[in-house]
Design a protein around this ligand. Sequence first.
Ligand code: GAR
Length: 210
Amino acid sequence: RCRFVVLVSGRGSNMRAIVQALRDRVLPAEVCAVVSSSPDAAALDWAREQGIATVVVPHRNYASRELFDQALAQAIEAYRPDYVLLAGFMRVLTTGFVERFNGRLVNIHPSLLPSFPGLHTHQQALAMGVQWHGCTVHFVTPVLDHGPIIAQGVVPVLAGDTPADLAERLLCLEHQVYGEVARWLAEGRVTLDAMQRVQVRGVASRSFIR
Ligand code: GAR
């Protein structure tokens, strides 16, 4: 069985989409644990209701990023995951952590990378006047929001859109894209090679549109 650990910090709608995507099909895959950087994450309640193991590694309890990442890595390793999926995980990870999970660490970012890394991506998109916005699922490298791209989804920007409108429109597509990528990973269709390039087998398209 392909084992996944999902990392969250808040609402957890992408985490739910991943759990459901891996459950909906006859796949030998499962989310073994949900790990949160915050004890208040709504994601934790849902995961517990589903009978999924949950762990909280409260970032406030650690004096440095290094100490937090060490505790986080230990919590994750206890579940021996094949893949670690960041789903609305809002802490910046150290190089040591990222290298430890090289090729097994995947993130979703709410913009069409390399445009708009960082925070407030919907505001950034509206301010720039782009007519298409989107999301990117990528392997994580030490450079924030810059790893090899696995899949992207695009949504139109409509007249009068607020950041909240855009976020809501995009979120539905995020769920679809991340769910699909989770299945590809479980089936071994997507891997990261030694040159840090994405290799795919039996995937017709890695672009999604709403
Ligand atoms: C999602 O839109 C995700 O793309 C974004 O946070 C939201 C989490 O929602 N992630 C980032 O901004 C990462 N820097 P969710 O908790 O409902 O999945």
